[in-house]
Design a protein around this ligand. Sequence first.
Ligand code: ZN
Length: 301
Amino acid sequence: MRIGIDLGGTKIEGIVLGDDGSERGRLRVPTPRESYEATVEAVVGVVRELEARVSARCRVGIGHPGAVSPATGLVKNANSTRLNGHPLDVDLKKALGRADVRLSNDANCFAVSEASDGAGAGAPVVFGVILGTGVGGGIVIDGRPLVGAQAIGGEWGHNALPLPRDDERPGPQCYCGRNGCVEAWLSGPAFQAQYARATGRELRATDIAEAAAAGDAAAAECFERYCDRLARSLANVVNLLDPHVIVLGGGLSKMGQLYERVPELWKDYIFSERDSIATQLRPPQHGDSSGVRGAAWLWPV
Ligand SMILES: [Zn+2]
């Protein structure tokens, strides 16, 4: 059996999976706010409690924000900034008393989960996309996450929006310091701000999509622009990676019309025959559980 841990900014969730992928136990605790050390201790506590429940020593995989830098061995790019600058993998191995604990970026874990027994099961190349407060992604090839030279494989959120129209330049400012990043256009807060600017009304992203479906013209126009920007951005990924399946996750993946509209629009941008594009755009099968499941799947059977 293996344990998957989703180490988030507000909660630490753990799951035990049997070799058949069935869930044997689950535990969720709040992420301590006081310090990095307390966070490591809380992860250890979740592992110990889950192992006690199943009376077995398990292999442990952990999904976390950011990445462990191959250059320094320290966490970088984590929005839970307490983790940044610490050797999280070394500290967890020491605290758990075992030689091998597998860590990966949380978007990579989402992609691994959906590629293992979810919406991308059986597909050789899967691109998992997080559309939420931020925009991230993970690449899974033959069941394994692609780590790469900087451990940033799949981080398409900080590519520039492709083929910007005149009114899209220079684009909104991104926290990374540049303008016009995909994340600055396609995150939930970005989409809500676009709608608020156009209408003066505040709506959540999923409510904008619902209003569009119900015939609200302003919402429909905003949503169509969102779909076109997503189509352009994903087409760039398809041209480079040519994935068999793209799985959307995060809060905005619940906007059901995306799965029909975006593949219509990306035909104009993908470098292939319009009517034979095989790449599938799919909703996630494991929803909010993909993070923990993917962390456990860092240890394939
Ligand atoms: Zn950026």
